[in-house]
Design a protein around this ligand. Structure first.
Ligand SMILES: CC(C)(COP(=O)(O)OP(=O)(O)OC[C@H]1O[C@@H](n2cnc3c(N)ncnc32)[C@H](O)[C@@H]1OP(=O)(O)O)[C@@H](O)C(=O)NCCC(=O)NCCS
Length: 329
C-alpha cells in the first residue's frame, strides 16, 4: 500500500440567514430574560432561516463560496459529505440535493449523522478518503436549519440554537491548513441526555408523538454541560498527542459554540487567553454541525490564521459524540 497522501484545506465559505432573532424577542414570547440567556450561555442573538429555506439552501451558498475560495469548479469535486441533523428530508441525503444544486456531476455524495460533532466527523472521513487516494477533492458541507427541531415553548432548549452553514474543500495540493491529526469518540451511555425521541423507526411519527412534542430536541442541560467541559479537554489533548504536539504548542482553538462557559473552561484547561480562542456564540448561538466551520471561516477573515500556527477544531454533541481535528496553518 502506498503511503498516505497529504491533506490540506483549499477553501472555505459560510452562509448565515439574514433574519436575526435577539434575546429581547425571546423575552417577549417566553418566560425568560435576555440577561439570563446571555449570562448562562453567552448568546445575544441567533439567525433564523426563512420558511422557504431548507438546510440544503443554506448549505449550497456556503458550498459555492468555499468552491470559489478554492478556485475550483463543482465538476472537479469527487466527493460531497454533508454533516446535518436537520436535513431537508429523511431520505435522500442532503448531500445528494447539494450535488444536484451545485452541478457536481463527478461527485459521490453522502450525509454524516453526528449532530454537533458532524463537521469534525465529516472532516475526518473526507480527509481519510484523500489520504488513501480514494478521492482528490472533497467538499464538506455542514448545513443546519436546527430551529425546526426545537420546541419554541421550551425555554430550556429553544434559546440555545440557530441556523447556518459552513463548507470547506479538502485537497492534497492546497498550501494551507495541513491536517496533522483527527481524533473521534463516542459514548452512547449518555444517549438519552440529548435526543429527538420520535420520528425515526424506533418511534415513528403519530398524532400522539406530535401531541407529546417528541419530534423536538430534548436535553438534560446540566449533564451535557458537564460532558462538554470534560470532553473538550480530553479530545483536544488526545488529538494534540496524535499530532506529536505539546499542549503549549496549541496556537488557536476553534471550539463548538455551545456555551461560553464551556468555552472558557477549555481556555483554562489549555492555559489559553481568550484571544487564542474563536468565539462567535454571541451572534449565532449554537448552529450544531455548522458552528465550527463558521467559526473557522471567521477566524480566517479576521486574519487570525497565520502560517505555521497549530489550530485545533473541537466539537461534541448528541450520541454522545466528540472529535478534534488538528491542522498546521
Ligand atoms: C442549558 C444551560 C444553559 C442551562 O444552564 P444551567 O445553569 O445549567 O441551568 P439549569 O438547567 O440548571 O437551570 C437553572 C434554572 O434556570 C431555568 N431556566 C432554564 N432555561 C431558562 C431560560 N431560558 N430562561 C430562564 N430560566 C431558565 C431552569 O428552569 C432552572 O430553574 P429552576 O432552578 O427553578 O428549576 C446549560 O445547562 C448548558 O449550556 N448545557 C449544555 C448545553 C449544550 O451544550 N447543548 C448543546 C450540546 S451540542
Amino acid at each position: 500500500m502506498s503511503s498516505p497522501r497529504r491533506v490540506a484545506l483549499a477553501g472555505m465559505g459560510i452562509y448565515v440567514p439574514e433574519r436575526i432573532m435577539t434575546n429581547k424577542e425571546l423575552e417577549a414570547r417566553l418566560d425568560t430574560t435576555g440577561e439570563w440567556i446571555q449570562s448562562r450561555t453567552g448568546i445575544c442573538e441567533r439567525r433564523i432561516a426563512a420558511p422557504e429555506q431548507a438546510a440544503s439552501d443554506l448549505g449550497v451558498i456556503a458550498a459555492r463560496r468555499a468552491l470559489q475560495d478554492a478556485g475550483l469548479a463543482a465538476e472537479q469535486i469527487d466527493l460531497i459529505i454533508c454533516a446535518t441533523a436537520s436535513g431537508d428530508t429523511t431520505f435522500p441525503s442532503t448531500a445528494c440535493l447539494l450535488q444536484t444544486q451545485l452541478g457536481a456531476t463527478a461527485a459521490g455524495a453522502f450525509d454524516i449523522s453526528a449532530v454537533c460533532s458532524g463537521f469534525i466527523y465529516a472532516y475526518a472521513a473526507g480527509a481519510n478518503m484523500i489520504a488513501s487516494g480514494q478521492a482528490k477533492r472533497v467538499l464538506i458541507v455542514a448545513a443546519e436549519k436546527f430551529t425546526t427541531l426545537l420546541d419554541w415553548e421550551d425555554r430550556s432548549t429553544c434559546v440555545l440554537m440557530g441556523d447556518g452553514a459552513g463548507a470547506v474543500v479538502l485537497t492534497s495540493d492546497a498550501k494551507q491548513g495541513e491536517l496533522l491529526s483527527c481524533s473521534l469518540g463516542t459514548d452512547s451511555g449518555g444517549i438519552e441526555n440529548l435526543i429527538i425521541p420520535a420520528g425515526g423507526s424506533a418511534r415513528p411519527t403519530t398524532h400522539e408523538t406530535v401531541d407529546q412534542k417528541l419530534h423536538y430536541m430534548k436535553m438534560n442541560g446540566p449533564e451535557i454541560y458537564k460532558f462538554g467541559v470534560r470532553i473538550i479537554g480530553e479530545s483536544v489533548s488526545e488529538a494534540l498527542k496524535l499530532a506529536g504536539l505539546n499542549e503549549s504548542q496549541l496556537d488557536l482553538l476553534i471550539p463548538h459554540q455551545a456555551n461560553i462557559r464551556i468555552i472558557k473552561s477549555a481556555a483554562k484547561r489549555f492555559n489559553l487567553t481568550m484571544d487564542k480562542i474563536v468565539v462567535n456564540i454571541d451572534r449565532y448561538s449554537n448552529t450544531s454541525a455548522a458552528s465550527v466551520p463558521i467559526a473557522l471561516a471567521e477566524a480566517k477573515e479576521q486574519g487570525r490564521l497565520r502560517p505555521g500556527m497549530h489550530v485545533a477544531m473541537v466539537a461534541f454533541g448528541a450520541g454522545l459524540t466528540w472529535g478534534t481535528v488538528v491542522l498546521r496553518w
